[in-house]
Design a protein around this ligand. Sequence first.
Ligand SMILES: [Ca+2]
Length: 320
Amino acid sequence: MPVPLVIDTDTAQDDCVALLVGLLDPAADLRAVTMVAGNVGFDQQVRNAFLTLNVADRDVPVHLGCRAPLMRPWVSAENVHGDGSGGLRMDQTGLEPEAEHAVDALIRLAAEHPGELSVVAIGPLTNIAMAAAKDPAFVRNVGALYVMGGSNNARGNITAAAEFNFYVDPEAAKAVFAAGFEVTVVPWDPLTLRDAVFGQERLDAISALGTPLSDFFTRVCAPTLEFDRSVGIDGTTHPDSLTAAVLLHPELVLRTGRYHVDVETAGELTRGYSAMSWGVHGLEPNATVVEAVDAEAFHTYLRDLLATPTTPARTISHTA
Ligand SMILES: [Ca+2]
């Protein structure tokens, strides 16, 4: 039986790849895409989501969610991602998001089949925290919550201490870990930086596929590749697609640990820092943290996914 899921996303770069996982993997039954403020301008994120649906030749409801963090001004990652699509363009006439707000869609979809829906949250946790605050039953109706965010006692990416998603809306992240969800966390460091970086050889293997999906992947990931190389990472990073993949294919996971995860909201230098306590500090575990995945198998999985033939209905062009 395919896994019913919603992907909550700030759609840019690897978020697009994560959407492809949800749209194309036969193990997934993607019920909706919910949008949250994060990587790039909100309306551009929505365009990136529709661009991704088009290249996958799939139609899934898109719901617009929170356009700002709970308590703070939005922080962009446009310096990393550009417009998040690598400059891809298409005519979006007639493509409309659903009228229902993302927070209400999350609550409704989880309530329709209590305990069965998985939520893959790969942006700031604003929508998830809002849904939990609006309807406490949401927490128990969600079967599993997979979160890309934080670092496991390791370095951040937007600051020395913090990973972007938790940094942008630390209050939402803190609330989500306190809410009682069954949470699995895919952290930035060390996991992503060790097991989900695609260097030139892996990128060449994908671009050699010559499918609409592989061309899309190469274009969309190009700005991240350039940025990553400028900061000493030798390839593109894929934390969001990894998060969706490990939900659908737990056999990719080689090691996990149970942790008490909490998020810093008041630090002078550590806003958004994820404190992951490993069981010796007298705190009850509230999350499973992925510690190692089969990097080669993950690359093979994505490469095979991007080999899927699709016939995009709308023409995609590239502007430099
Ligand atoms: Ca993301």
